[in-house]
Design a protein around this ligand. Structure first.
Ligand code: SF4
Length: 419
């Protein structure tokens, strides 16, 4: 089953007007994750001055509402509190993308981050990490750790929290388990992010070039085989659709070359602690983005508050998804009137499909990539920044010449008729 573009809102973001700015503060990390796009510790922590300059430039170039503070592991940067405060003072929302190791038993640090202005966290936890104390644990065993962080952030209160995992064919079956767990914790968990694993296979039919020179590519995402690197966003979507009646996507982002590709698929589910009722449709997503842009002059993605007043069901007048959700909710009220007094929440599910090497050697990226970052004063895609760090430019794949090439002398030209 494939999501239909007709029933989804296409995010209107662009390179110039994008809700997200991606700021890497260090390339050091305190663990190892398979699927990481960064070479660990090649350059170390960036200086506070450099980070501030880059954040200012992101705001200027991207008109962003949020800065995703990433790495490496951003919480090991010695100036992390000042970085968060700086973003907050510039009127943007600092969101921290972390493996959580530094926060595991450190509620005080979490509270300090909130005090500095952090709006929340996206925790990356999966079984392909060499996480101290959790190495070798299965995805199911890791729910204990996810619960620990969800509880901790909820105790501090007023913050956004989502959980991410890299999806391989081997752990695809865990994706619905993640959704079940998040639904059960909808009062604490704002969202989930699933990223389809991608790597770049060396050899085969391609040679790799930078500025016309052939190179021996050495990024962390090179591999001998791509046998695990094929799950698309639509595959992950189909897997969720098989399991959940209430799940439906409402917005998407396409690819830069392939019109059939959906790089980002975003759903906003609605439910109470007791039951999930449905998902908002395209119209609400469109209204949300448009009204925010009209009121604040920029687009938006993250919000620390995810409790929804039930009057929002009136949006069912314009949105089919909300209409269906409201219908289910009111039918449930007849059987369980107590639901009326349970808080209603929205919980997002983002599915991301990274770059794909096309047959002709072009790389299909996410159109209006939200995760662009600054490299030496210019915007680059964060997933491919190591190409800039190693080679000073994007690597270009070129197919080795095959027999189908036409020799130039065989190309027939026709004289134009001018009359
Ligand atoms: S193109 Fe941008 S949004 Fe897509 S995977 Fe790369 S960095 Fe992320």
């Amino acid at each position: 089953m494939k999501p239909s573009k007709h029933n989804m809102y296409r995010f209107p973001w662009s390179v110039n007007d994008n809700p997200i700015g991606w700021q890497e503060v260090t390339d050091r990390c305190n663990t190892y994750c398979r699927g990481c796009y960064r070479i660990n510790g090649m350059q170390g922590h960036k200086s506070l001055e450099k980070i501030k300059e880059e954040i200012k430039l992101l705001k200027e170039l991207r008109n962003c509402d949020n800065i995703s503070i990433a790495g490496g592991e951003p919480l090991i940067h010695p100036n992390i509190l000042e970085i968060v405060a700086y973003i907050h003072d510039l009127g943007m929302k600092p969101l921290i993308l972390t493996n959580g190791i530094k926060l595991e038993n450190n509620r005080e640090f979490l509270a300090d981050l909130k005090k500095a202005g952090a709006i929340g966290f996206t925790f990356h936890i999966d079984s392909e990490q060499a996480r101290p104390g959790w190495k070798g644990k299965t995805e199911m065993e890791l729910f204990e750790l996810r619960q620990h962080f969800a509880d901790m952030v909820a105790e501090v209160g007023g913050m956004f929290v989502s959980f991410g995992m890299t999806v391989y064919p081997g752990n695809l079956h865990i994706v619905p388990e993640m959704v079940k767990w998040a639904n059960k914790n909808i009062n604490k968990v704002h969202g989930l992010v699933f990223i389809g694993f991608r790597n770049a296979v060396m050899g085969g039919d391609y040679d790799y070039y930078v500025d016309g020179k052939q190179i021996n590519m050495q990024t962390s995402y090179i591999a001998d085989s791509n046998e695990e690197s094929y799950l698309t966003s639509s595959d992950i979507y189909a897997h969720l659709k098989e399991t959940f009646d209430h799940y439906e996507t409402s917005a998407y982002m396409g690819g830069t070359h392939n019109p059939d590709k959906m790089t980002w698929l975003v759903a906003a589910q609605l439910g109470t602690k007791n039951k999930m009722y449905g998902s908002v449709g395209a119209k609400v997503m469109e209204l949300f983005q448009t009204i925010h842009h009209l009121r604040h002059g920029d687009y938006v993605v993250y919000s620390p508050s995810h409790r929804i007043p039930k009057i929002a069901f009136l949006l069912g007048l314009v949105d089919k998804g909300v209409r269906q959700t409201a219908g289910k909710f009111f039918r449930e009220l007849l059987r369980h009137p107590g639901e009326l007094f349970r808080p209603l929440y929205v919980q997002s599910i983002g599915i991301i499909q990274g770059p794909d090497l096309l047959e002709d050697g072009r790389v299909d990226m996410c159109e209006s990539c939200p995760d662009m970052t600054i490299w030496e004063g210019k915007l680059v895609h964060s997933c491919r920044m190591d190409e800039w760090r190693l080679y000073g430019n994007y690597v270009v794949a070129q197919r080795r010449p095959g027999e189908s090439l036409i020799a130039s002398e065989d190309i027939k030209t026709v004289e134009p008729h001018l009359n």
